[in-house]
Design a protein around this ligand. Structure first.
Ligand code: GLN
Length: 534
């Protein structure tokens, strides 16, 4: 029977609840238990796919084609398990289902209300994910901060759910902030006490508190919090800022978090196998080499916008005992080729990630051209690949003004164009080509060698593609289409064979990189950059 762990947050948002949830999942997995992690997001958007990365960070895409919260990326990386569309639940999707049912007359004349209709729908989403994975443990993280109006239906659902599954089958973990006042050198516990009081006022007494803090929490402070919050002393866990998020599971293990969870849930504790994870952390903390990689994107003010790309670079670096430093380049600042040259003069490799819209495109073309002409190792992701094709068409093939119809509908050379299946699509939510698709690799290509196989599956999120009318002329001029959809119609990977590593893909490899299984394309980039540096 599945045991349930609900994680809420207190005092402020962006506390790292997602990392705590993922880390606990990691520790349970290390004991041989199966785990799935679900995220509840209280906003009204049906999914984060329509939200600006400036506001909400990256949209993480699952194999089954759901556009989800970036925390799902952390979960997958920490529990080394692929998740799906049921693992992310938003208020918007819950209300949408309930309203659709109401319109279908399914409530038989009842007044449709938050309790029980919305709460029942939320509880049924928990059951759905349990039915899909049948895990030993379901960890559910509730986004936002306790007390938010939007979050209340989720909190009420958890209260109901907990009483339905009974004592010993679920626990509540509250992650909260202890602010540090440097002037008095004090950690303040009052906001956390209030936060726990608020949680209790909704009928949920947390069994475990995880305290986010910049400085160590003394035993007397922990005891005080335990007393005020009615939590046993050994269930007050400190979670101090770490050099790397991958160290968090180890820090929590040292304080017996998983052991306490298992005891509360009447499940046998087992010896965790954390060897690989410890090696990983050790490698991250003590690299032998260093590389500087430029990331030329549009949303560089918010690093979360490219979190999976950043993590993938770390994984590949770690596999090569290398610290990858990122040089953030706002592509719209690379206004000329000369500027691009200046900005790339001190880097060992270039990544151009995915994105939407015209802003910064010319800058991306400038940096890609520099990489191509100067054998700077390059990896293009989705929009990054489309830009690589546009750059090649303009500067090598000689198709002046070549463009994507996303940016210039009237271009004479639409080398990137809307996919046929997208032409009659209406609306913006969940309507792109999304999720895992197979791709066939060309024998002997860099991509094929990197993957070590001929058929791969990767996750997608795009509307545009390489226009087949131009494939021939581009190929004749030296760019290779080394990955294609099984029917051969869709270009999935391009390579410039004259360079050591100039590879760009239509899919998003960053969603499949795992800490102890770096993605072949990121690995290819990092390995080449290291070799060239030496
Ligand atoms: N805007 C491009 C498209 O829709 C690229 C998308 C992306 O980079 N995810 O095809």
């Amino acid at each position: 029977m599945t045991k349930y762990i609900f994680i809420t947050g207190g005092v402020v948002s962006s506390l790292g609840k997602g990392i705590v949830a993922a880390s606990l999942g990691n520790l349970l997995r290390a004991r041989g238990y199966s785990v799935t992690v679900q995220k509840f997001d209280p906003y009204i958007n049906v999914d984060p796919g329509t939200m600006s990365p400036f506001q909400h960070g990256e949209v993480f895409v699952t194999d089954d084609g759901a556009e989800t919260d970036l925390d799902l990326g952390h979960y997958e990386r920490f529990i080394d398990t692929s998740l799906g569309k049921f693992n992310n639940v938003t208020s918007g999707s819950v209300y949408q289902t309930v309203i659709n049912k109401e319109r279908q007359g399914e409530y038989l004349g009842a007044t449709v209300q938050t309790i029980p209709h919305i709460t029942n729908e939320i509880k049924s989403r928990i059951q759905k994910v349990v039915k899909q994975f049948n895990p030993d443990f379901l960890i559910a993280e509730i986004g936002g901060t306790i007390g938010d109006i939007e979050g209340l239906p989720f909190i009420e659902s958890i209260r109901q759910f907990r009483s339905e599954v009974g004592v010993g089958n679920s626990i509540s973990i509250h992650v909260t902030l202890l602010p540090y006042l440097p002037t008095s050198g004090e950690l303040k516990t009052k906001p956390s006490q209030h936060s726990v009081n608020t949680l209790r006022s909704f009928g949920i007494q947390p069994e475990i508190l995880v305290l986010r803090t910049q400085v160590p929490v003394s035993q007397s402070e922990k005891d005080k919090i335990a007393l005020f919050c009615s939590v046993s002393k050994d269930c007050v866990i400190e979670c101090i800022d770490m050099d790397t998020i991958y160290e968090v599971p180890l820090a929590l293990e040292n304080q017996n978090l998983a052991q306490s969870v298992l005891k509360l849930l009447n499940v046998k504790n087992k010896l965790p196998n954390l060897k690989n994870w410890k090696d990983l952390v050790d490698k991250i903390k003590h690299p032998k080499h260093e590389l500087k990689v430029a990331l030329a994107g549009k949303y560089t003010e918010l690093n979360d916008a490219y979190i999976s790309v950043v993590e993938s670079l770390k994984h590949a670096g770690c596999a090569c005992d290398t610290k990858v430093k990122i040089k953030w380049l706002a592509s719209e600042d690379c206004t000329s080729y000369k500027k691009a040259q200046e900005m790339l003069s001190d880097v060992d490799a270039l990544v151009v990630p995915g994105g939407f819209g015209f802003r910064g495109i010319e800058g991306k073309l400038n940096v890609i051209r520099y990489a191509r002409e100067n054998n700077l190792p390059f990896l293009g992701l989705c929009l990054g690949m489309q830009c690589a094709v546009i750059e090649y068409a303009r500067n090598v093939v000689g198709l002046k003004g070549a463009n994507s119809t996303e940016f210039d509908e009237k271009t004479q050379y639409p080398v990137i164009d809307l996919m046929a299946e997208q032409k009659n699509v209406g609306g913006y939510g969940g309507t792109m080509r999304l999720g895992a698709y197979e791709c066939h690799l060309k024998d002997g290509s860099k991509a094929q060698k990197a993957y070590g196989k001929k058929i791969i599956s990767e996750r997608h999120r795009h509307r545009y593609e390489v226009n087949n009318e131009f494939k021939h002329i581009i190929e004749e001029n030296g760019l290779i289409f080394s990955g294609k959809s099984p029917d051969g119609l869709l270009a999935e990977i391009v390579e410039y064979p004259k360079n050591d590593w100039f590879v760009a893909c239509q899919f998003h490899p960053e969603f499949k990189s795992r800490p102890n299984a770096a993605h072949p394309l990121f690995l290819g980039l990092v390995k080449t950059a290291l070799k060239n540096k030496k």
